[in-house]
Write a protein that binds this ligand. Structure first.
Ligand code: ATP
Length: 609
């Protein structure tokens, strides 16, 4: 496909406000692509060059982009006065894409394909070292010269990391499913059921490799059966299994019967991939963190030797002097790009391993938990001593998580009290015959967390969708409150649930405003719904953790509001307990279903008390 044709699709997608329509437009684009063009197209509609877990976003500085434009204008013999005003023109339009389009730089002679542009951008992104800036500028200028003005619009936005079409993972999954099923004139029950089944298969494949490009290519090449070839493999993070919530040991045992119960540690979730020679570590939101945790990589290599494996654990800062684990606020200081070795000596990590997903070339995630645990304990030392003793042998970094197996609710509650006393977050109960359900939150794992003071028993993670100007004392900060939303995976929408105006220090509010300023949009993006209108809307990107006194029903919010209903859910007295979380993307925010469950838990608790 010519890049110009690809850009025409992007232009259509940009004007669409409904998610279903967006998925349908994306499906039309995908139908026109060859299998090998599918991955670059899917990465690029999300503003990426690779699957997100590879990292390396483009994010070129505006200075470089302007110099590339200047060079392209020079080579196409355009008005020199225009060249010297590029900086002002960019400041005026505020959008590098519109500026690039208006400059009309392309000669229209080159007809570069989507694949070629993607390959050229990869080269630009990889250039580093002396002379690399000039090389980047020159290559980018060449691209501008060979593209139509419309393509220049998207190229400029792309290289600056400002494409922002609002295409989330779930929209791509929908679109891929649609490429296999003709959309009928009217939605029939049969069509919806078929769509749901196909969509599930696409999502299952995505959950195993976290690479929509790879899934898309397989699907376009071999249809649905092609997805069977996507199996867990070392180097491709598996989307992580998550927990549901229940309110007591009795509820847990009623739900699971005899269950394994573990401490819920509060550190970094690490999914560790060993390929027989090297080790890679991925975080909760699938970013590679290998470089940050050298001691984990070193010991994993030593323990596993030439074996291949994927396992998960929680890494915690360890306080050798007091033989205890550090709280999260201390552990988090290990997340850094510089002075890694010094910091690892100051705050060494221990990793409590809690699941095994792949071993010696075989996926074990479909085996029952009890079997996975048996194999895990053969790889890592397991400690069944008293709680006050450490769980990882002193000379090691890895150890199996602490676990009891019981069908007695009272024992669950006692274990909960003990671990909370030890300073841990609570417990996670696991269904003994449960498989590892990649990318899904269900009752195979159930968390029970330390209760907070308020009536709401857990924090929630909200995506920021807008913010308000500051008033009074906050005027000088430029921000007074933010508008937070929950995610609805069924529709891909972000639905408002709270206006949050407290919890951060002045400094942190200022930092937050600067981060949000980068994301300002004219009006809500498609899929963002709120009854409140903030002073500024932003691209849903940052997730913050929020504590509140209570969940209530409210006519101003959209979370959980079904058709015909006038009230959604709202948080009472919300306050932020963290700034933007690096370990969560917008689609990892608390979901509407979780909010409904929390509301039910709160009501039941109210009845009990
Ligand atoms: P939270 O914000 O409460 O940490 P979350 O949305 O990241 O939650 P949950 O499904 O609530 O995820 O809880 C699972 C998290 O708990 C995992 O991501 C993992 O990091 C952590 N964890 C700590 N101990 C364990 C354990 N023994 N087994 C599984 N997960 C554990």
């Amino acid at each position: 496909m010519k890049f110009d044709t690809f850009s025409e699709y992007l232009a259509r997608m940009e004007t669409i406000s409904g998610r279903l329509e967006l998925a349908s437009q994306l499906a039309s684009l995908l139908r026109e692509l060859s299998p090998s063009e599918t991955p670059p197209a899917l990465y690029m509609v999300q503003g990426q060059l690779y699957p997100p877990f590879v990292g390396a976003p483009m994010g070129m500085a505006s200075r470089l982009l302007l110099r590339a434009m200047e060079k392209a204008l020079e080579e196409s013999g355009k008005d020199p006065a225009l060249r010297s005003r590029l900086g002002d023109l960019l400041a005026e339009s505020g959008d590098p894409g519109i500026l690039a389009e208006r400059l009309n730089m392309g000669t229209g002679m080159g007809k570069m394909g989507l694949g070629e542009i993607h390959a050229a951008l990869l080269v630009i992104a990889k250039q580093a070292g002396s002379g690399s800036q000039e090389e980047k500028i020159s290559r980018l200028a060449d691209l501008f010269l060979s593209l139509s003005p419309l393509s220049a619009r998207y190229l400029a936005r792309f290289v600056m990391g400002r494409l922002r079409l609002g295409v989330g993972d779930s929209t791509i999954v929908d679109a891929l499913a649609r490429t296999l099923i003709e959309t009928p004139l009217e939605d029939t029950v049969g069509w919806k059921a078929e769509m749901k089944a196909v969509r599930q298969k696409v999502e299952d494949a995505y959950n195993l490799c976290s690479d929509l490009g790879r899934v898309g290519e397989m699907l376009r090449k071999e249809g649905l059966v092609g997805l069977d070839h996507i199996r867990p493999s070392v180097g491709f993070p598996i989307r992580m299994a998550l927990c549901e919530r229940l309110g007591s040991g009795a509820e847990i045992i009623e739900k699971l019967g005899k269950a394994a119960v573990e401490s819920k540690y509060d550190g970094f979730r690490c999914q560790i991939h060993c390929d027989g020679t090297s080790v890679r570590i991925f975080s909760r939101n699938l970013e590679e963190t290998t470089g940050m945790f050298p001691e984990l990589a070193r010991e994993a290599r030593a323990l596993l030797g030439r074996r291949t494996a994927i396992f998960e654990g929680e890494a915690l800062g360890y306080d050798a002097e007091n033989d205890s684990y550090h709280p999260f606020q201390v552990t988090i200081t290990r997340k850094r790009k510089h002075n890694i070795l010094e910091k690892s000596e100051e705050i060494p990590l221990k990793c409590l391993v809690f699941d095994l997903l792949f071993l010696d070339g075989e996926a074990v995630m479909d085996q029952p938990f009890s079997e996975r645990r048996r194999r895990l304990e053969s790889l890592f030392p397991a400690h069944r001593r008293k709680l006050s003793e450490r769980e990882v042998p002193p000379e090691h970094v890895f150890g199996a998580s602490r676990l009891i197996v019981t069908s007695d609710p009272h024992e669950v509650d006692l274990f909960f009290d003990e671990v909370v006393e030890e300073g841990f977050e609570g417990i996670i109960a696991k269904r003994l015959d449960g498989v590892y359900t990649a990318g899904s939150r269900n009752f195979n794992w159930i968390k029970l967390k330390r209760s907070y003071k308020g009536a709401l028993s857990d924090t929630v993670d909200l995506v920021l969708i807008g913010y308000y100007r500051g008033k009074g004392l906050r005027t000088k900060l430029g921000i007074g409150a933010v508008l937070g939303a929950v995610f609805d995976p069924a529709t891909g929408e972000f639905l408002s649930i709270a206006r949050i105006g407290s919890g951060l220090t002045e400094e942190k509010w200022k930092e937050l405003r600067e981060m949000l300023d980068e994301l300002r949009t004219n009006g809500p993006l498609q899929g963002v719904r709120s009854g409140l209108v903030p002073d500024f809307w932003v691209v849903p990107k940052y997730v913050v953790t929020v504590l509140a006194d209570e969940l209530t029903r409210s006519p101003v919010h959209m979370a959980g509001r079904t058709e015909g209903e006038e009230e959604g859910y709202a948080l009472r007295f919300p306050r932020m307990v963290s700034g933007p979380r690096e370990d969560k993307g917008p689609e990892d925010a608390t979901t509407v279903t979780e909010i409904k469950r929390l509301f039910d838990l709160q009501r039941q608790r109210g009845l009990r008390e």
